[in-house]
Write a protein that binds this ligand. Structure first.
Ligand SMILES: NC(=O)c1ccc[n+]([C@@H]2O[C@H](COP(=O)([O-])OP(=O)(O)OC[C@H]3O[C@@H](n4cnc5c(N)ncnc54)[C@H](O)[C@@H]3O)[C@@H](O)[C@H]2O)c1
Length: 255
């Protein structure tokens, strides 16, 4: 009988209709995983291809998270990895009329979503001694002007992975986060449509360009893989050097 290690590995990926989630679902499927791809945009999940089961729903509520685990167990028999990646921006000014309700929605998708996702998957992850990856952001490491709700939601994930790493280490479950920098996805589409803005953004990235979604997917693959078997409670920053720069030097040379 094959041991649990010999069997096909299985990942659940949320936010899989677009961007980083889609690239992750595709990468895991290409590398032989069974994949359950979840997104609120059901039509965007179409065309994900062989080895991918799709599920439409809102990750900020429990049912779709529970259904994703059931689907993975029914179709593939196990869950090794949950990539809790669905996220939204759209922070309003604090004094605008609907600011707190909008922030609640941002926290709902970006924080409550991963909480439901991990909670639903824990029984299955205990069996495989699997792992979870939350998609945080460089915006969780620092503040941005006008981005308080998104900043706070992404910062929450960085401390949640530390806390959950401690809670579940004794059960062999690892919990980590990815902090992407600027990446070519739906979330940056509006900015990228303006060539001038895009050039300015790229000028601010030490590596001189924004990331491709596949580059983020590769980092998620690593965090989920046995190669990262001793890594838990950490946030892997994949940002082309953005966070390495204090932004103070060099000063202009006096003429
Ligand atoms: N693109 C960047 O520059 C960047 C940088 C740092 C972090 N991130 C984070 O990466 C993650 C993936 O975003 P992306 O950049 O690929 O953007 P994206 O907009 O291309 O993809 C996000 C996906 O999440 C889905 N989604 C949104 N709300 C949902 C909900 N309630 N339930 C289920 N699915 C939902 C969307 O339909 C979409 O398919 C997000 O958490 C985002 O905050 C992105």
């Amino acid at each position: 009988m094959p041991s649990t290690e010999d069997r096909r590995r299985v990942a659940i990926v949320t936010g899989a209709a677009s961007g980083i989630g889609r690239a992750t679902a595709e990468l895991f499927a290409e590398r032989g995983h069974g994949v359950v791809a979840v997104d609120i945009d059901g039509s965007g999940l179409a065309g994900l291809g062989n080895g991918v089961e799709i599920l439409a729903g809102d990750v900020s509520e429990a049912p779709v998270n529970e259904a994703a685990v059931r689907l993975a167990l029914e179709r593939f028999g196990r869950v090794d990895t949950v990539v809790l990646n669905a996220g939204i921006g759209g922070t309003p000014p604090l004094e605008s009329l609907d600011a707190i309700d909008t922030a609640e929605r941002i926290f709902g998708v970006n924080v409550r979503g991963p909480l439901h996702g991990l909670r639903a998957a824990l029984p299955a992850l205990r069996v495989t001694r699997g792992s979870a990856v939350f998609t945080s952001s460089v915006a969780g490491l620092r503040g941005d002007p006008g981005n308080w709700a998104y900043n706070a939601s992404k910062a929450a994930l960085i401390n949640l992975v530390r806390a959950f790493a401690l809670d579940y280490a004794s059960q062999g479950i690892r919990v980590n986060a990815l902090a992407p920098g600027l990446t070519r996805t739906g979330i940056t589409a509006a900015v990228r449509r303006d060539a001038g803005l895009l050039a300015e953004l790229e000028r601010r990235v030490p590596l001189g360009r924004i990331a491709e979604p596949r580059e983020q997917a590769e980092a998620i693959w690593f965090l989920a893989s046995p190669a990262a078997g001793y890594i838990t409670g950490t946030t892997l920053v994949v940002d082309g050097g953005l966070d390495a720069d204090l932004g103070i030097l060099p000063l202009p040379v006096p003429q």
